[in-house]
Design a protein around this ligand. Structure first.
Ligand code: 3PG
Ligand code: MG
Length: 419
């Protein structure tokens, strides 16, 4: 990697401003916020341990949720500090602010190896606007800048980008953490010249979310397998009926262009040949976002490429599972991003689970390299208890997608070059 990493540093006695992505899922239980998945915290431990081992003073900055410049109590990082202390096996101090005198005073009393987590940096709106004066305030306690927040590296915010610039301007070092380095290695370098066959599995709701990734991977992949609601926009483009399935009628041209490019490049581009469909019925109940909860009735396998007018496609069918599993079994490199269906509902989870099993199996038995591009596919793998059976699972959501699209991530661009 062309960027400086923590392995190149010696931070003994120095104040290390360490940006992490501790935007973890929380749930309220008996009036307390409880972390339901600590993966993003666990994955930063190697970086923390390395820097502690060198005798650095670690000042951790992170965001949680989108409080939009307000002190939203449910988005406090305090529970994260407790969890981090437990996982790290040493004390982690917490401060209810991220800038100002209190921070400076606390930091001036820190000893080598001490760890301090600052409060949600998005309690200030200047974080997201990447306000230079705010970056200066954050940087007051930084001798060295380390970014291990791959999941937030697509944001040009003060703590992910602005602080790095301030530190660099002073002649300080800005380095990637070990997690950041791993993410860039697997989602970047490893996919540059993949061992073949290179099989890409793409799912999720929208073609529009994935089209740039599809376009880029059509240059590299041997096979692309499409699942999720996104498949219905392709079906629509091919003139089939999609009933009440989630489709993007204005994206059929994009779908057609992808199909044409696949043919021109000789990429095997597979769409589902059968699916699991059901009749969606709106209920009176509202979900967390205030949207009506949908009840699904008359769940059945549909072997036609057309969907009944009153039904929606919600998972890939058994024949598709078989065909996709067979393709996956031949792979030497796999990239998977996006579930095959509405896997949160057991009735529509089999497609995603079967793909997860196939990916895990070819990794374990044939030594294939399997890279999971973050978000829902990671959730699905963990739910199927197969998370430790793949080569790499990204901690990024939007960041992984933008990186796979070939975009330069501002949080990465801001780091020092390795000389
Ligand atoms: C994420 O969870 O995707 C990252 O932490 C970034 O969060 P954001 O989408 O609110 O910027
Ligand atoms: Mg997000």
């Amino acid at each position: 990697m062309a960027k400086l990493t923590v392995k190149d540093l010696n931070v003994a006695g120095k104040r290390v401003f360490l940006r992490v992505d501790y935007n973890v899922p929380l749930e309220e239980k008996d009036g307390q916020m409880v972390i339901t998945d600590a993966t993003r915290i666990v994955e930063t431990l190697p970086t923390l341990k390395l820097l502690i081992g060198q005798g650095g003073k670690l000042i951790l900055t992170a965001h949680l949720g989108r409080p939009k410049g307000k002190r939203e109590p449910s988005m406090s990082l305090r529970p994260v500090a407790a969890k981090l202390a437990e996982l790290l096996g040493r004390p982690v101090a917490f401060l209810d602010d991220c800038i100002g005198e209190k921070v400076e005073k606390t930091v001036s009393a820190m000893k080598p190896g001490d760890v301090l987590l600052l409060e949600n940096v998005r309690y200030y709106s200047e974080e997201e606007t990447n306000d230079p004066a705010f970056a200066e305030k954050l940087a007051k306690v930084a001798d060295v800048y380390v970014n291990d927040a791959f999941g937030a590296a697509h944001r040009a915010h003060a703590s992910t980008e602005g602080v790095a610039r301030v530190v660099a301007k002073r002649g300080g070092q800005c380095a990637a953490g070990l997690l950041m380095e791993r993410e860039l290695k697997f989602l970047g370098d490893e996919l540059e010249k993949p061992a073949r066959p290179f099989v890409v599995i793409l799912g999720g709701a929208k073609v529009s979310d994935k089209i740039q990734v599809i376009d880029r991977l059509l240059e590299k992949a041997d096979t692309i397998l499409i699942g999720g609601a996104m498949a219905y926009t392709f079906r629509l483009a091919q003139g089939h009926k999609t009933g009440k399935s989630l489709v993007e009628p204005d994206k059929t041209d994009v779908a057609k262009a992808a199909l044409a490019k696949a043919q021109q490049k000789g990429v095997k581009f597979l769409l589902p040949t059968d699916d699991v469909v059901a009749v969606p019925i709106k209920t009176d109940k509202l979900d967390k976002k205030g949207q009506p909860v949908i009840d699904y009735q008359n769940v059945r396998v549909n072997t036609s490429l057309d969907c009944a007018d009153d039904a929606a496609g919600l998972d890939i069918g058994p024949a598709t599972v078989k065909a996709y599993s067979a393709e996956i079994a031949t792979a030497k490199t796999i990239l998977w991003n996006g579930p095959m269906g509405l896997f949160e509902d057991k009735r529509f989870a089999e497609g995603t689970n079967a793909v997860a099993r196939a990916v895990a199996e070819v990794t374990q038995k044939n030594g294939a390299k399997s890279i999971i591009g973050g978000g829902d596919s990671v959730k699905a793998l963990n739910k199927a208890k197969l998370g430790d059976k793949v080569t790499f699972m990204s901690t990024g959501g939007g960041a992984s997608l933008e990186f796979l699209e070939g975009q330069v991530l501002p949080g990465v661009a801001a780091l020092s070059e390795r000389r």
